[in-house]
Write a protein that binds this ligand. Structure first.
Ligand SMILES: [Zn+2]
Length: 416
């Protein structure tokens, strides 16, 4: 198939203006956005997106999870469409670009194709996945998870927010529950453009991240039990110090992650100490371990070494331990063909690029289970995201959308 010409570009002003227009809906308190899923603001954002899609001649589909599918017909309508998109919902103190860039980048592709009079064999569908953030209703990547058969629709309908409101009822209330069964669509390929949410691309001055893998993760919750005792009168050899145990495990987790550089990470985030008093040796500690790697073997090896290490540490300190796995996500290997389309596009367009691993979860990680999928990343200032101060430049957005454009139209096959 013929590759698109290198002068084929999206309209960067139009893309930027659309992002800024969307950012007016559900403004945050510090220049970002609070457009959490299934709020009135989410409904308003959806309405605006729908209006834009219809103006671009797209036909809007809506499934029972509220995911929006805006279709540009192909010259061979029976072929499975190429999907492109991300999410319009935000964190409570979210930025203007996380998710939005991917959805409106998809819309911009279609607008550009229309303007240039370009037809593709495969239809192109611009998608807004419901509840990617998981801030109001856990878990994250909810609709794409149901689509991929990882989450159960009836179950997530019952999930409640902090006010006790149910996901299923809120979806109906804002008027965006569709009738289409979830997960029945055939997907030829899915491409998601997203800001990096990390510092690598900006630090290295690189335009495009070609996402080859998504980090897998394990969350362990550890409880250490020693004995509460007086910090002044208990002889050192007699102490059963759960606080000391926790400190040694924190060090252990760090060291193990350092053994699997550059891609593995590990840290203890949440820590609780009982009774948390200045003159009592901690009798019990509870903390969480978060380890991530793009390779399953590495993730399993880290997990094994941590468990072994905890056993050794606790034996030496005469304390008990309990380890519960409370979260798990297998590493993602994106489709080599789709990844190549992204890399070739960056090359053809003259953008600097490097392979990158996604440290965060994305809808693409779930869709990769049911269809060939890849992601494009662009830099963000200081790697900052899930923060109202999240920032990117118009040039970064344009480069990302150009690469997305080429990868999508090459996969959807230009006619003529
Ligand atoms: Zn996102």
């Amino acid at each position: 198939m013929a590759a698109p010409g290198e002068n084929l570009r999206i309209n960067s002003d139009r893309l930027w203006d659309s992002i800024m227009e969307m950012a007016k809906i559900g403004p945050g308190v510090a220049g970002g956005n609070n457009r959490q899923t299934l709020t009135d603001a989410d409904g308003e954002g959806r309405q605006l997106f729908k209006r834009w899609c219809e103006a671009a001649g797209l036909e809007m589909g809506l499934d029972e999870m509220g995911t929006m599918f805006a279709r540009r017909e192909g010259t061979e309508p029976d072929l499975p469409p190429v999907y492109v998109g991300s999410h319009l919902d935000t964190q409570p103190t979210g930025g203007k670009y996380d998710g939005v860039l991917g959805v409106l980048g998809g819309l911009e592709i279609v607008r550009s194709l229309n303007e240039l009079g370009i037809k593709t064999k495969h239809p192109i569908v611009v998608t807004n996945w419901t509840n990617e953030e998981g801030a109001r209703f856990a878990p994250a990547m909810m609709a794409s998870g149901v689509f991929a058969g990882v989450l159960d629709q009836a179950d997530v309908y019952e999930h409640v927010d902090k006010d006790g409101k149910k996901f299923g009822e809120e979806l109906e209330r804002i008027g965006w529950k569709g009738s289409e069964k979830v997960g029945e669509r055939k997907i030829h390929a899915f491409f998601e453009l997203h800001i990096e949410q990390g510092p690598i691309l900006e630090d290295e001055g690189i335009d495009i991240g070609v996402v080859t893998h998504g980090q897998g993760l394990k969350w362990l919750q550890v409880t250490l039990t020693g004995k509460e005792a007086h910090t002044g009168s208990t002889p050192m050899p007699k102490r059963r110090n759960a606080g000391l145990g926790m400190a040694r495990v924190i060090e252990l987790v760090h060291e193990i992650a350092m053994d699997y550089q550059p891609d593995a990470v590990g840290a203890v985030g949440h820590m609780e100490v009982y009774p948390n008093s200045r003159n009592i040796i901690a009798g019990r500690t509870m903390f969480t371990i978060d380890i991530r790697s793009p390779e399953k073997e590495v993730l399993d090896a880290m997990d094994g070494r941590i468990r072994e290490g905890i056993d050794t540490i606790c034996e030496a300190l005469d304390i008990q331990y309990q380890i519960d796995q409370v979260g798990h996500f297998d590493p993602v290997t994106f489709d080599p063909g789709c990844v190549k389309a992204v890399r070739d596009a960056a090359e053809r367009l003259g953008y600097t690029h490097r392979n990158i691993v996604s440290g965060a979860g994305h809808d693409a990680c779930w869709i990769n289970r049911v269809a060939p999928t890849a992601m494009v990343m662009c830099p963000c200032v200081d790697g900052l995201s899930h923060n109202e101060a999240e920032e990117i430049t118009k040039e970064w957005a344009a480069a990302g959308a150009d690469v997305l454009f080429h990868a999508v139209v090459e996969t959807a096959v230009i006619v003529g």
